[in-house]
Design a protein around this ligand. Structure first.
Ligand SMILES: Cc1ncc(COP(=O)(O)OP(=O)(O)O)c(N)n1
Ligand SMILES: Cc1nc(C(=O)O)sc1CCOP(=O)(O)O
Ligand SMILES: [Mg+2]
Length: 218
């Protein structure tokens, strides 16, 4: 694996949020050379494709300027149309092999919650796996119980060549235990989007990766 740590920053588009303002602040923080940054544009199901496309189109130049990849959750047609770097799919979205056909060489992430699913998704062409919920989260309803670092470890051990990105209730102070469990990176929504200072929150994630020297020997 080429990057020793990676933050996936997911947008929050619930009513009352300001996703572009948060992105502008977050992307203004210099990304340390040893860390990767991925922005995932994730919009509410109720959003129209037109509005999703608009947010991706606005986010893309910000991502490019910051050296971040820009992925689109669920809506691979929007990802392709906007010229994003790829997309992320889960159990209610296109299957991983079908998503791979749609995206071609684009970056493809897939949600998984078990070692068996991890092997399947990796074999079907996922570039990384979003694994969770690592901890309890108030951001998404209807999720199964948190799997904890041990659950993340079980998945990571099953797919040693595929980056595992832990998601769900992740804060900077949880980066160390998740990396120790085998996570290559973490994904966050509320730790950044609900922070009083989103830039400081992103900087705290980068500092947490630096503190663990995440994956330096990988
Ligand atoms: C990095 C990452 N991991 C998991 C998810 C969840 O995807 P999914 O299960 O499809 O749920 P929705 O995000 O679509 O509600 C993710 N988006 N990103
Ligand atoms: C969108 C999403 N998917 C999850 C999963 O486990 O598949 S957890 C999650 C929400 C993550 O938000 P926060 O960082 O605020 O806890
Ligand atoms: Mg989905």
């Amino acid at each position: 694996m080429s990057q020793p740590g990676r933050l996936h920053l997911l947008t929050d588009t619930r009513p009352g949020t300001r996703p572009l303002a948060v992105l502008r602040a977050a992307l203004a923080v210099p990304v340390p050379p040893a860390v990767g940054l991925v922005v995932q544009v994730r919009v509410e199901d109720a959003w129209t494709d037109r509005d999703a496309y608009g947010l991706v189109a606005a986010a893309l130049p910000l991502c490019r300027a910051a050296g971040a990849a820009c992925l689109v959750n669920d809506r691979l047609d929007v990802a392709l149309a906007a010229g994003a770097d790829g997309g992320h799919v889960g159990a209610e979205d296109l299957p991983v092999d079908a998503a791979r056909r749609v995206l071609g060489a684009g970056v493809l992430g897939a949600t998984c919650r078990s070692a068996a699913a991890a092997r399947d998704h990796a074999a079907a062409g996922a570039d990384y796996l979003g694994v969770g919920p690592a901890f309890a989260t108030g951001t998404k309803e209807g999720l199964p119980a948190a799997i904890g670092p041990a659950g993340v470890a079980a998945v990571a051990a099953a797919v040693p060549g595929t980056p595992v990105i832990a998601i769900g209730g992740v804060t900077p102070d949880r980066v160390a235990e998740l990396c120790a469990a085998g996570a290559y990176g973490v994904a966050a929504v509320s730790a950044v989007t609900a922070a009083a200072d989103p830039a400081a929150a992103v900087a705290a994630f980068y500092a947490a990766f630096a503190a663990v020297g995440a994956g330096a020997s990988r």
